[in-house]
Design a protein around this ligand. Structure first.
Ligand code: UD1
Ligand code: MG
Length: 458
């Protein structure tokens, strides 16, 4: 619950997102935080979560000179400030790279990591909540039987007194199972003063953000622990962990789709994106992949093995199995597409049908038009793309090629097997193929001639 829900005055929140990691273990040319999970970059997930948690100001600390990271920040958090950390001298050093953002003190500050995409907005809200009740620092932490590698949260009775990094911990401290998840909320009133006092006299020679805890505790400021599941706080360092994060986000997306009124026959085989919009009574058969920018209206049926990206289905659309939709495809009410149909950057009017084996690219298909099996829009001349317009109620015979730019008028017929290069007037029949001639008895005579020729040879 945010403070606005309780009617208390709204507190301002600055989110500092650390994204300067090299990501060596990803073995990638792409910065780690730009790797995607469920159709959104990891950095995008974090930026979305902190904004949903009410961040009024977002500061991202990134490696200098990464235009791709800057572009993603602008896309996901327009108006966010980007700060550079040239040298990686530790998490406190990284937060202080955003000093200018901290100087314009917000009530609350949260520090997030760009490589922990599973942390929800709700968790960020829970993390900052104690600040409103007077805490100077809230530490996100979990209990685990395998604490190795994590900073340990040290307590004296109820009081949190320090966080000790594994490298600096005594054997007794290493027994502690309460671990720092890394993310932290600090009161805006104290944040900068505490961070500025952090030194680097430790095993790693780094400026540790968690050292703010010991400094606050020594000053008698209240520090509290906010619990989180270890899995949610898990960072992504390599592609194995990237797949673990993908699986968790997919689990959440499937569940919310199901609770929102969609039937997923085999949920573990259906892949969704964070921006997927599903109506009520959508039925999704096994092995369907839905990439970014897809909206599906009420009562649609997506049969097995279909693949959709950047597509809108209005209500009552029935597609598949094996349909591919992309590039701004729009299927209006009641459209039916059968097996092996691909639609790209095309709009199909209400009730239009393409039941088998077609490619409709850069096209406009009118209401109720019937696209016969094997129809292809030839939209590309090797240099440019051209549009095909098919009028309402037109009938395109099977195995026709429509060479764009071309228009088939409303209600027109195109004869099977035609190659249409000229516009077809409304209501006309276009035939663009050789005429059939039958030669009675030809086959018997031909076979006899062939056999005679073969006998002569041997
Ligand atoms: C950190 C915590 C540790 C905690 C653990 C949880 C510190 C010192 N330790 O350790 O207590 O248990 O997270 O996973 O904070 N980063 C920068 N610039 C830097 C250093 C780090 O941007 O100079 C970023 C990293 O890219 C990463 C995040 O900060 O996203 C955390 O850094 P990382 O090196 O992973 O810290 P840990 O050693 O995991
Ligand atoms: Mg880490």
């Amino acid at each position: 619950m945010t403070s606005s829900d309780t009617g208390a005055p709204r507190r301002s929140l600055t989110a500092v997102v650390l994204a300067a990691g090299k990501g060596t273990r990803m073995r990638s040319d792409l910065p780690k935080v730009l790797h995607a999970v469920a159709g959104r970059t990891m950095l995008g997930h974090v930026l979305a979560a902190v904004q949903e948690a009410g961040a009024t100001r977002v500061a991202v600390v990134a490696e200098p000179g990464r235009a791709d990271v800057a572009a993603e920040i602008e896309r996901m958090a327009p108006g966010a400030d980007v700060f550079s950390q040239a040298e990686r001298l530790g998490t406190a050093h990284a937060v202080l790279a955003a000093r200018a953002a901290l100087e314009e003190a917000s009530d609350d500050v949260v520090v997030a990591f760009g490589d922990t995409p599973l942390v929800t907005a709700e968790t960020f809200s829970r993390l900052r909540a104690p600040l409103a009740a007077g805490a100077a620092i809230a530490v996100l932490a979990f209990e685990t039987d395998r604490p190795s590698g994590y900073g340990r949260v040290l307590t004296e009775g109820e009081r949190v007194v320090a966080i000790r990094e594994e490298k600096d911990a005594t054997p007794e401290e290493r027994q502690v199972r309460l671990c720092n998840a890394g993310l932290m909320a600090l009161s805006g009133r104290h944040a900068l003063a505490l961070l500025s006092r952090i030194g680097n006299d430790n095993a790693a020679g780094e400026y540790y953000l968690p050292d703010a805890v010991a400094l606050a505790a020594a000053d008698g400021l209240p520090v509290v622990v906010v619990p989180v599941e270890e899995a949610e706080a898990q960072g992504v360092n390599d592609r194995v962990q990237l797949a673990v994060a993908e699986a968790e986000i997919q689990r959440r997306l499937r569940r919310s789709a199901q609770l929102g009124g969609a039937t997923l026959v085999a949920p573990e085989t259906v892949f969704l994106s964070v921006d997927t919009v599903l109506g009520r009574d959508v039925l999704i058969e096994p092995h369907v992949v839905i990439g970014p920018k897809v909206r599906i209206g009420d009562g649609c049926l997506l049969r097995a093995f279909s693949h959709l990206v950047e597509t809108t289905l209005e209500s009552g659309v029935d597609i598949g199995p094996h349909v591919r939709l992309r590039g701004g495809a729009v299927l209006e009410r009641g459209v039916h597409l059968g097996n092996f149909v691909e639609v790209k950057n095309a709009r199909l009017g209400p009730g239009a049908k393409a039941s088998h084996l077609s490619y409709l690219g850069d096209a406009e298909v009118g209401a109720g038009a019937n696209i016969g099996a094997g129809t292809i829009t030839c939209n590309y001349d090797g240099v440019s793309k051209h549009r095909t317009v098919i009028g309402a109620g037109a009938f395109i015979g099977s195995d026709s090629a429509l060479v764009a730019p071309v228009t088939v008028g409303a209600g027109a017929y195109v004869a099977t097997g035609s190659v249409i290069t000229d516009d077809v007037p409304e209501g006309a029949l276009a035939i663009a193929r050789g005429r059939q001639t039958n030669k009675p008895g030809w086959a018997k005579a031909k076979r006899a001639a062939l056999k005679a020729a073969k006998a002569k040879k041997s």
